[in-house]
Design a protein around this ligand. Structure first.
Ligand code: N9Y
Ligand code: NI
Length: 187
């Protein structure tokens, strides 16, 4: 079972490596890893389990954060609106790829954090507001999905990890809270 002790922190070189594609269909080891990554996120969002296991609540996790330089990410974003279950996303993506993205940009009003970064880094992380992502699932089936707003931000944060990019690489150092016109602020 994955706990915070398994998550490497900034400064570890694996966080800056470009992760390798995995064979499709995923081998048993990669299927198991994906399941554990998704379970970690679910545990981290369960008050009892999070307390018992000392987990920081997370909505995404990338294999490089476990010092495993493979292109595997997990996302577990609860849908805010129970009437619209599709507004959340819960899945493991193998070899995810952003096929296209909107010109329109977006950022989280609160900025971003990272389970591999034990400090606050203030500033807007401006990303594409909408993305089209292809990925393979545990069975080796290919998917092509369109994501927007918070789900799009989360998946972009995770795909950054498999490319060795950290969220603060996107923050304008001179003026971290600068916002160009038209950037959608997501709260
Ligand atoms: O690469 C993956 N990571 O580093 C885990 C990150 C991923 C998100 C950061 C911004 C977009 C994706 C993560 O989840 N967090 N960042 C640090 C502490 C907070 C936590 C978080 O946002 N938690 C959360 C949010 C809503 C509901 C429940 N929990
Ligand atoms: Ni992160």
């Amino acid at each position: 079972m994955i706990t915070m002790d398994d998550i490497i922190r900034e400064g570890h070189p694996t966080l800056r490596a470009v992760a390798k594609e995995v064979p499709i269909p995923p081998v048993a080891e990669d299927v198991e890893l994906g399941k554990e990554m998704l379970q970690f996120l679910k545990n981290s969002q369960d008050p009892e389990k999070a307390e018992e296991l000392h987990l920081r609540g997370g909505v995404g996790l990338a294999a490089p954060q476990l010092d495993i330089s493979k292109r595997i990410i997990a996302v577990h974003v609860p849908s805010i609106d129970p009437e619209k279950p599709e507004s959340g996303i819960s899945t493991v993506m193998y070899n995810p790829k952003i096929l296209s993205h909107s010109v329109q940009e977006a950022c989280l009003g609160e900025g971003e954090g990272c389970l591999s970064v034990d400090r606050e880094v203030p500033g807007y992380v401006v990303r594409a507001a909408r993305i089209t992502v292809s990925y393979f699932d545990a069975e080796g089936e290919k998917h092509k999905i369109r994501l927007k707003n918070y789900n799009a931000i989360v998946v972009q944060h995770e795909i950054d990890h498999i490319n060795g990019i950290m969220f603060y690489d996107h923050i304008d150092e001179k003026n971290p809270l600068k916002l160009k016109d038209g950037v959608l602020v997501i709260d």
